[in-house]
Design a protein around this ligand. Structure first.
Ligand code: UDP
Ligand code: MG
Length: 139
């Protein structure tokens, strides 16, 4: 099996509530290796760029405001089948639909403030990683 990478962010709501440590513990306990990690805060403009794909959606402005309201923890994670397995670990976008034991079920407070991001494809994992980390920092 080959190791692959995904990108994640502990979102501002979860960071502010002091859940970063608990979330990182779950991530590591599920076999993901942290290969890069950074505490950062997005400007509105950078948050808008990160979620550009959702630009025409009704929740876009609220999403950009929420994602830039406080610090986030960005990480690159390594594991076999990282993207798919991590999406399973975080659970559905809407915490009311997220499976028991998933990070969103445990820590999300709403469909918007849903605690954590996970890339949805290998291609987006690479793009999102490069958005936060330079090549030098990654390796
Ligand atoms: N979001 C929202 N309202 C919605 C759908 C999504 O506020 O109706 C936010 C939520 O924070 C979500 C992010 O926009 O995580 C990106 O949406 P996407 O559908 O890509 O969900 P994800 O891939 O994060 O599960
Ligand atoms: Mg998505």
């Amino acid at each position: 099996m080959t190791t692959s990478r995904t990108f994640t962010m502990i979102k501002p709501d979860a960071y502010a509530a002091g859940h970063s440590g608990a979330i990182i513990q779950i991530i590591e306990a599920n076999g993901f290796k942290i290969s890069a990690m950074k505490l950062s805060q997005l400007t509105g403009s950078r948050a808008g760029q990160f979620y550009d794909v959702h630009k025409s959606r009704p929740f876009y402005n609220e999403l950009v405001a929420y994602m830039s309201e406080g610090p986030i923890v960005a990480m690159i994670l390594e594991k076999e089948n990282a993207v798919e397995d991590f999406r399973k670990l975080i659970g559905a976008t809407n915490p009311s639909e997220a499976a028991e034991g998933t990070i969103r079920k445990l820590f999300a407070t709403s469909i918007s403030a849903n605690a954590i991001h996970g890339s949805d494809s290998d291609e987006n994992a690479a793009l999102e990683s490069a958005f936060f980390f330079s090549q030098l920092e990654q390796f």
